[in-house]
Design a protein around this ligand. Structure first.
Ligand code: FAQ
Length: 325
């Protein structure tokens, strides 16, 4: 439906403006908020940046759940800092989306009433401490693989937000790797926990890149506009190629019996995730969808008095300034 909307809107745009716009994109120029842009470009960016921002915010929940239970003071402090970073990423991204003419409140309302999505991965539970390692290693690892190319995306505010986000995400991935390393080198029970976390998070992490290219509705147009720099399958392949040796170094086994190095393509052959599970999760039927949205709705309702107070204070200051003029 969204794709149809974009096509019909794109055809309503002035063809001459569209040609000039595409030429700017093709020559690698950045598009800035006040520049002319096709309505479909603007809407696609709002959808992608908004979904990305929501993912950062909802993504705090499975890890926030472990802050009080992290095994040492040092691990608590690191995890707390990581979760705070995710909040910051959400804020830069909401800021980037706002330059496209949508407010943060509107975006939040669309998340809360189900009109906008967030990443499928955050609908899976984090059952043990080793899951914090798997989230860092795999989820942040997949996020970086997707986001490093987005530093070169065509929309200026999005690309600049991604530069800072990627720096922080690489620390996140390393802290996950460090947790996994400690667990894998620990007692038999700890190694088992690390393996179990890898088993549960492997396929959901592969799903983070989106459906296979043949089923990706938006890739062709988004890549022509350089909103996306790679296809979903290209990034998934790169992620597998990067992550398998890391897991092997830890002495852990990737839960895919078909996994083989393919000399001809210079990458691994691997099993696709269960796509019916993916589509089910993004429809709202994953293990934690209800819980995640309930937590965000509660946070929004509980924070209403703060927002109202800030608005009343701002109105009072504005009125005082006007009276003094
Ligand atoms: N989950 O045509 P495509 C993070 C939807 S950040 C849910 O291929 P597109 C940091 C898609 O929206 C993680 N929905 O779509 C962190 C579309 O539905 P729609 C988030 C998904 O947009 C770490 C439909 O399927 N990162 O994790 C997913 O061209 C640790 C058809 O798909 C970003 O958002 C999915 N996985 O490509 C935080 C990166 N995949 O909207 C805390 C930026 C697809 O028509 C802890 N986003 N869909 O109803 C992107 O690069 C793209 O949006 C893709 C999807 C690649 C996700």
């Amino acid at each position: 439906m969204y794709a149809q909307m974009i096509t019909s809107e794109a055809t309503q745009d002035d063809p001459e403006k569209l040609t000039t716009f595409q030429a700017r994109i093709d020559s690698g120029e950045k598009i800035e908020p006040k520049d002319w842009m096709p309505e479909g470009y603007r809407k696609t960016l709002i959808r992608q940046i908004g979904q990305h921002a929501h993912s950062e915010i909802v993504g705090q929940l499975p890890e926030g759940n472990w802050i009080t239970r992290a095994p040492t003071l040092e691990r608590k402090a690191i995890l707390l800092a990581k979760v705070q970073d995710e909040a910051g990423h959400g804020l830069y991204l909401y800021g980037a989306a706002e330059t496209l003419g949508v407010s943060r409140d509107e975006l939040t309302e669309m998340l809360l009433d189900g009109r906008m999505k967030y990443s499928s991965i955050f609908n899976y539970p984090t059952l043990t401490w080793a899951d914090m390692g798997a989230v860092g290693l795999l989820v942040d690892g997949a996020a970086i693989m997707n986001q490093v190319p987005l530093q070169r995306t065509s929309y200026g505010p999005y690309s600049r937000a991604m530069i800072r986000i990627c720096k922080e995400e690489s620390f996140h991935q390393r802290q996950g790797y460090h947790i996994m390393m400690k667990m894998a080198q620990g007692t038999t029970a700890q190694k088992k926990m690390a393996q179990d976390a890898l088993n549960r998070f492997w396929y959901p992490s592969l799903m983070m890149f989106g459906p296979s290219d043949k089923d990706s509705v938006h890739s062709a147009q988004s890549m022509a506009w350089k909103i996306k720099m790679n296809t979903n399958d290209e990034l998934r392949q790169k992620f597998v190629d990067q992550t398998v040796p890391q897991a092997e170094f830890l002495g852990l086994t990737v839960p895919d019996k078909t996994l083989r190095w393919n000399e001809d393509k210079g990458g691994y052959d691997f099993a696709e995730p269960d796509w019916s599970e993916f589509f089910d999760v993004i429809k709202g039927n994953g293990p934690c969808n209800t819980e995640r949205l309930a937590a965000r709705n509660k946070a929004w309702d509980d924070g209403a008095w703060v927002r109202d107070g800030l608005m009343a204070h701002a109105a009072k200051k504005r009125a005082a300034k006007l009276a003094a003029e």
